[in-house]
Design a protein around this ligand. Sequence first.
Ligand code: S3P
Length: 187
Amino acid sequence: MSESSFKQNPSARDLLRNVILIGFMGTGKTSIGKRVAHSLGFAFIDTDELIVESRGKTISDIFTDEGEDYFRDLESDTLRNCSKRNNQVISTGGGIVLREGNRQMLAETGYVIWLKASADAILERVSRNHERPLLHTPDPLQTIKDLLLERDKMYSASADFTIDTDELSIDETTFGICESARVIFAS
Ligand code: S3P
């Protein structure tokens, strides 16, 4: 059963007109984010893409050559730069919520939506793409479960609105996000 829920009242914050998508790898942040941006007439930004462009190498190569901490620093810097503008849909890397400073920035940057999915659905979606260094393990399903256990509370604490995507199509999820964003930005 799919469900969507509001956790807090984002209109109580002094909200910038940005929609920010958070959630685990493979939850559709990029493909859905592009559609949401098109529908709302906002720019589309992907923090991973910006990092790849600025470093001129893949995320996997950054992890291998410079390490995860270095990548996390780039991720925080990228989010900080995005947080200065309005009218954007920002798709974030699945680990953006790990740092307290990032969670604070997310809250200040806009309307935060968590795309939630089960471990099985995530595994099926990520198995088509090998660009996820954290899942290069002998048992990716177990790794996904372990990471979800660690991260779910951080996604939940950061999210204004949660959408369980397991049983929704990309179009249905996009529609839900756009409708809720229109309500939030109109209030
Ligand atoms: C990561 C998620 C990836 C990317 C990096 C680390 C994570 O982004 O930022 O591989 O820690 O969950 P996606 O969520 O877009 O796959």
